[in-house]
Design a protein around this ligand. Structure first.
Ligand code: F6P
Length: 364
């Protein structure tokens, strides 16, 4: 298709804005600032070792540790700076929160403040950076509480504790063989591919839809001894293949970069599980609610898929803290609903299932 027949992200946003005659352009400008941060990160990722950006922050051996207790990579820190610096000046935000920052980030006093909150994981899957496997950035946009807008006061943690159903927009950038920017503003999901010559995100994937059925699942199976029974049952049934209760063979995938798994699922279906488990009683799940589960959940639901804790729809969860972790299941609707049904069934049903007995593939 000739270039002039394609829409840029800016043109797409202008078209979208025409649906809201009262909109003043602030929201579009915010999305473009986020996209600019993603382009800058894409460039840093692409230079890799040549750019001196690989390895741990503060030296190879120890490195500094973020609020999650995870070692920060140089690119984690650089990506966080791109996000904060490129979004703090525009006057669209009342505050920000990031995986890489313990507390809410205040818009500097000399800058104007706006109506939105930006929450992000600047570099998801960062353990993959040094081995040149796809990583990404995830973001979620919420409205600031009216009291914050009226007073212009500093933001506090409580301002961000809004369920995923309140998100105004969400998206991610995937730094893979090509850089892509996936966006929902609550009207379906659109995908843009970075044209490296123009430095523009071009609309390449309209009305993205997650197929309702799949034969592909993604889970870190090394945690199987910590899984709860409904998850064990689901995975056992997948592994049992054609001769098992599902009557079909499944494939398993694990990239260890959630944004890359989400993209595969958005493109061709599948189900992703990082469920609540018993590995570390202090951590009710591995992934974070506000800047991982909610934005990916919003995108999945907008693309006809589903996102859940296993026990309840993800977007209905009332957050209790900024860096809250949660069990996450998302992807093809019929599979996620099946996993939710397994969680809803009384425990004894699972126990009686022969797949958990002596011959079980993942024995307890
Ligand atoms: O945010 C954390 C993350 O890197 C996700 O992108 C990914 O799905 C997961 O952790 C990988 O976890 P594990 O190290 O258990 O494979």
């Amino acid at each position: 298709m000739p270039l002039f027949q394609r829409f840029t992200l800016t043109q797409y946003l202008i078209e979208e804005r025409r649906r809201f005659p009262g909109a003043n352009g602030d929201f579009n400008a915010l999305i473009l600032d986020v996209a600019l941060a993603c382009k800058a990160i894409a460039r840093a990722v692409a230079f890799g070792e040549l750019g001196g950006v690989l390895g741990n922050h503060n030296g190879e051996a120890g490195g500094s540790v973020n609020v999650q207790g995870e070692t920060q990579k140089k690119l984690d820190v650089i990506s966080n700076q791109y996000f904060t610096r490129m979004n703090e000046w525009g006057g669209h935000l009342a505050g920000m929160a990031s995986e890489e920052m313990d507390d809410a980030y205040q818009i500097p006093a000399q800058q104007p403040r706006g109506n939105y909150l930006l929450v992000f994981d600047p570099l998801d899957g960062s353990s993959n950076i040094d081995v040149n496997v796809s990583v990404g950035s995830i973001f979620s946009i919420l409205r600031a509480p009216q009291a914050v807008i009226d007073s212009g006061r500093d933001v506090i943690e409580a301002d961000f504790l809004q369920p995923g159903s309140k998100q105004v927009a969400a998206g991610y950038a995937l730094y893979g063989p090509t850089t892509m920017f996936i966006l929902t503003v609550g009207n379906g999901v659109s995908g843009f591919t970075l044209d490296p010559n123009l430095g523009e995100f071009m609309l390449t994937h309209s009305h993205m839809q997650v197929p309702a059925d799949t034969h592909e699942f993604a889970i870190n199976a090394s945690n199987s001894r910590f899984w709860e029974r409904p998850v064990k049952r689901y995975v056992d049934e997948c592994l049992a293949g054609k001769t098992g209760p599902r009557g079909k063979d499944f494939n398993m995938r694990w990239i260890a970069s959630m944004v890359a798994e989400a993209h595969r699922i958005l493109m061709r279906g599948g189900v992703f599980l990082y469920p609540r488990d018993t590995k570390d009683p202090c951590k009710p799940g591995r992934l974070r609610l506000l800047y991982e589960a909610n934005p990916i959940g919003f995108i999945m639901e907008q693309a006809g898929g589903r996102a859940s804790t296993g026990h309840q729809p993800m977007l209905g969860v009332q957050p209790t803290s900024l860096h809250q972790r949660i069990g996450l299941v998302f992807g093809s609707k019929n599979e996620v609903e099946r996993i939710e049904r397994y969680h809803a069934e009384p425990a004894s049903t699972g126990q009686d299932n022969p797949l958990f007995a002596e011959r079980s593939l993942f024995r307890t």
